[in-house]
Design a protein. Structure first.
Length: 368
């Protein structure tokens, strides 16, 4: 794959990032966009000569939930989701999954990779492909590590013996920052404040991403055996039964929420209060103005439940049910969202990267 092809894909990816910004973008959104731009530029340099044939990008699936022991198909539940793509490598077909993370990924035995050995998302995507008649050999996990560096003050001059990059002297003398051309406005803003603008921060981050590609970008093939998929099919059938029984008990109760037990151990996952904590602790009610109801349990999917109950199982909904049934009740059965809900910074940044990578990979699909 030639450099020029990679650059065309990069242009599409960058257009996707900045094209998704609202007209009244906040300073944080501009910063995230330039952060994503820098990381996607590093990604393109790292992977533009990839050895894969792109078969599909962003494909939705919906398959029956089947009991592998009897072959019986559920009449109420389907398994659904979206794959980031499908590729062919050395005559084998693989699923493609893009991820951003804050964890270490550059060592083969990092916990991030070890946990994928039993990750149910890999199982779900592989099993659904098998049911659709495409036996994939595994999943290519395409992971980008989010940066920890932030916008900083700009040094006036380089330290003795170091190259003149990333300094005010470089900006004023050469009109560049880390070798990347800056506009007159960017130079003037840097001289006035002594600090990096979002663009200049992106230049420094891009330099770091290209200087340390192994730190920021890793890919691993994650494999599943037939017995792994059959075991997951058995587990999914059991989970489906638990959900159906809980729904039935809930429908027959005058206090339906108590049929969906709370798990107090998950109220503060990742150090952040669960959005439904107020409901569980009695400080709020489902009828208050703090909540709005989604039209469907899974707004991101075309397939939806036929009845009033939640009947589409996704990786996220199954994991939520396993973690806290009460949370699954509020999120998928009642379809409650916070009225003041805004995407978290991590989710917003992840969506920017995902949008860019969809455009990047789509270029190679069109080339094929």
């Amino acid at each position: 794959m030639s450099t020029s092809v990679g650059l065309d894909a990069l242009n599409l990816a960058c257009d996707a990032i900045f094209g998704s910004l609202p007209e009244d973008a906040t300073e944080d959104q501009l910063l995230d966009a330039h952060k994503a731009w820098a990381q996607v530029c590093g990604y393109d340099r790292r992977w533009r000569d990839m050895p894969y044939e792109v078969l599909a990008v962003e494909g939705e699936f919906a398959v029956p939930v089947v009991d592998p022991a009897s072959g019986k198909t559920s009449g109420c539940f389907v398994m659904a989701g979206k794959r980031d793509g499908m590729i062919r490598h050395e005559d084998e077909v693989y699923g493609l999954e893009h991820k951003t993370c804050s964890e270490e990924i550059h060592t083969p035995d990092a916990p991030y990779w070890r946990k994928l050995a039993i990750d149910s998302q890999v199982n779900t995507y592989a099993l659904s492909s098998w049911q659709e008649g495409v036996k994939i050999a595994g999943m290519l996990y395409d992971v980008i590590r989010k940066p920890t560096i932030r916008p900083a003050r700009i040094a006036k001059k380089p330290k003795k013996g170091e190259p003149n990059t990333g300094t005010l002297e470089e900006l004023t003398q050469d009109g560049t920052y880390y070798g990347i051309e800056a506009t007159k406005e960017e130079v003037e803003a840097a001289v006035e404040t002594g600090r990096e603008t979002p663009f200049l921060y992106g230049c420094r981050l891009m330099h770091d991403c290209t200087d340390r590609p192994d730190y920021y970008y890793q890919r691993r093939m994650i494999y599943r055996l037939d017995r792994d998929l059959l075991e997951w099919a058995e587990e999914l059938w059991s989970i489906k039964g638990d959900i159906a029984n809980t729904q039935l008990q809930s429908a027959q109760s005058d206090r339906p929420q108590v049929c969906w037990p709370r798990n107090s151990g998950s109220c503060m996952n990742f150090g952040t209060p669960c959005e439904y904590l107020g409901l569980c602790s009695g400080y709020d009610t489902v009828d208050s103005d703090n909540w709005v109801r989604r039209a469907t349990p899974h707004h991101e999917l075309d397939v939806q439940s036929d009845g009033e109950h939640w009947g589409v199982l996704t990786h996220s909904s199954v994991r939520t049910f396993q973690t806290c049934k009460r949370k699954a009740y509020y999120r998928y059965e009642l379809r409650l969202d916070r009225a003041d809900r805004e995407p978290s910074a991590a989710l917003y940044y992840g969506s920017l990267i995902h949008t860019a990578l969809e455009a990047w990979w789509s270029f190679f699909l069109k080339e094929k």
